[in-house]
Design a protein around this ligand. Structure first.
Ligand SMILES: [Zn+2]
Length: 257
């Protein structure tokens, strides 16, 4: 049973308990309101905290004795940034995971063909990456996932099994669609904040500061300022005996069905 279901059950039981108490003694509306507000708060937290696994099992880390870094890139392919990321990865002989947006794949199929040819793996990241994606119905979300999977399959002739939720947000509709697609849902444990931190030095320092033993790093291959930072980060990691490992090898799962 997933956490949000447990929370709902506990909340309903607490409400029933308060109702019974209210029958014999006056309890007051504050208790009902309190339970409902705490429940809503917890469910909202579960929605934005990808590591909470409230709505869906999400893989955010792995165990390893050696120091490992797995690079993952969201929101591409981007015609300007993605080729530079690919050049950099080739130069350093690193294979990464790219969580691609279906509509962008449609416009830049050659870029995902190149990713595949150069040993990277590809996962889905919705078709539209719409800012209201998490309010879409189950049917609409499922359509997006199917469409993206088909577009990628048309180009690389492989059926994807990895998915990263847009904005890192999960909810019951998305979780249901992900189960239907039989996807592994992938999170991260090192959030670069490259979409927020524009200052290259600050971004680099954050990456270094947050490094642990096993690192699944969330990056975006549509942010040009990432390129010099990534180069420096790779250099630092190599000098400090980190090994770069592809996501599916680290997690010991299949990237394609
Ligand atoms: Zn995204």
């Amino acid at each position: 049973m997933l956490r949000y279901q447990k929370i709902l059950i506990v909340s309903v039981l607490l409400l029933v308990l308060v109702l019974i108490l209210d029958y014999y003694y006056y309890v007051g509306i504050g208790w009902y309101a309190g339970i409902i507000l705490v429940t809503i708060g917890l469910l909202a937290y579960g929605s934005i905290a990808i590591r909470s696994g409230f709505y869906s099992e999400v893989i955010c880390s792995a165990t390893s004795r050696e120091k490992v870094i797995t690079l993952t890139f969201d929101d591409g392919p981007d015609e300007k940034v993605t080729p530079q990321v690919l050049e950099l990865l080739k130069k350093h002989n690193i294979q990464a995971a790219f969580f691609c947006v279906g509509s962008k794949v449609m416009h830049h199929p050659l870029l995902i063909e190149r990713m595949d040819n150069e040993g990277h793996i590809i996962g889905g990241h919705s078709f539209s990456h719409h800012y209201l994606f998490d309010l879409f119905s189950y049917k609409k979300i499922l359509e997006e996932l199917v469409k993206t999977e088909k577009i990628i399959q048309r180009v690389i002739h492989k059926k994807i099994t990895l998915f990263r939720p847009p904005y890192g947000i999960t909810n019951p509709m998305l979780a249901k669609a992900l189960r239907k697609m039989n996807y592994h849902v992938i999170g991260w444990n090192l959030w670069s904040k490259d979409t927020v931190i524009k200052d290259e030095q600050k971004l680099y320092e954050r990456l270094i500061r947050k490094l642990g033993t096993v690192n699944i790093v969330l990056l975006h291959d549509n942010r040009m300022h990432l390129i010099p930072v990534l180069e420096k980060f790779i250099k630092f990691a190599k000098e400090n005996n980190y090994r770069f490992k592809r996501l599916d090898y680290l997690l010991q799962i299949e990237a394609y069905a």
